[in-house]
Design a protein around this ligand. Structure first.
Ligand code: ZN
Ligand code: ZN
Length: 265
């Protein structure tokens, strides 16, 4: 259920409530499917700020074919409010990020995806790699010292063996092992939906994160220009910059979003 606060310009009135209800009120047809893009310009408050926190660029990730500026422009065209560039173990300079943001007309934030012994961490608020960051506890220390935020990307990876059937004993065993993992207990959130994962892999992440009680997000993890816009993390409050993002992540005011609505299931 999405709470929104809507101004319907022609009528100049404000309506507060659940988006599903608003669709019915504004269009008069309860069953009419209205895309969130149609309503987004009118939503002023509430869970409606969409940022994809996991994107790889051709400039800084060898395995990406997506120039940062095209990712940012496509994100805007898809109706997102922002993207974070999280290339592998490398940092974007502030001036380049600002230029991208200005050129594309959308919020662009700098993060990093760090490869650790416990999995891949999406980190916000650090500006350089320090030896030892491959250890999750040490990385958490550095993140806290910088007053940053830290998330676990694709939690199924390294936890769920390839090809394992969700109904099988091996699946249950993998899940039980993953539940005991320490990394999930030192992050501010984890991806319950990764845009490049299969349904089985994301299903495993969902069971795992529910069992541990980790706050959940959805990100594309895109490595291509067309991989953006179908998956994002939805925030409750407005975010203007990296400090704002860190604050909202640390406070847990976010949730997964998908364009087709499956995140809410
Ligand atoms: Zn990764
Ligand atoms: Zn990634």
């Amino acid at each position: 259920m999405t709470r929104g606060y809507v101004v319907w310009p022609e009528r100049g009135v404000q309506l507060a409530g659940v988006r599903e209800t608003l669709e019915a009120v504004t269009f008069g047809i309860p069953s009419l499917a209205v895309s969130q893009r149609v309503l987004r310009p009118y939503v002023l408050h509430g869970f409606d700020l969409l940022i994809d926190l996991h994107c790889h660029t051709a400039e800084r990730s060898d395995d990406s074919t997506a120039p940062a500026i095209e990712l940012a422009r496509n994100a805007r065209a898809a109706g997102l409010d922002g993207i974070a560039l999280t290339d592998h173990d490398t940092f974007w300079p502030d001036d380049e990020i600002k230029r991208l943001s200005d050129d594309a007309g959308i919020l662009v934030l700098a993060g990093v995806e760090i490869n650790t012994d416990g999995g891949h961490a999406l980190v916000f608020g650090l500006s350089e790699y320090v030896f030892g960051m491959h250890r999750p506890a040490f990385l958490r220390q550095q993140v806290d010292r910088a007053h940053g935020a830290m998330l676990l990307a694709h939690p199924y990876r390294r936890a769920l063996p390839w090809g394992v059937d969700p109904g099988s004993a091996s699946y249950r065993e993998a899940l039980q092992r993953a539940i005991k993992g320490e990394f999930l207990r030192v992050v501010d959130g984890a991806e319950v939906i990764n845009g490049r994962a299969s349904d089985v892999q994301n299903g495993f992440a969902r069971e795992l994160l529910e069992a541990v009680g980790t706050p959940t997000l959805a990100n594309s993890d895109t490595h291509t220009v067309d991989g953006i816009g179908r998956v994002a993390t939805e925030f409750e409050r407005h975010i203007d910059d990296l400090e704002g993002l860190v604050e909202e992540l640390r406070a847990g005011r976010f949730r997964p979003w998908t364009a087709d609505g499956t995140a809410a299931v």
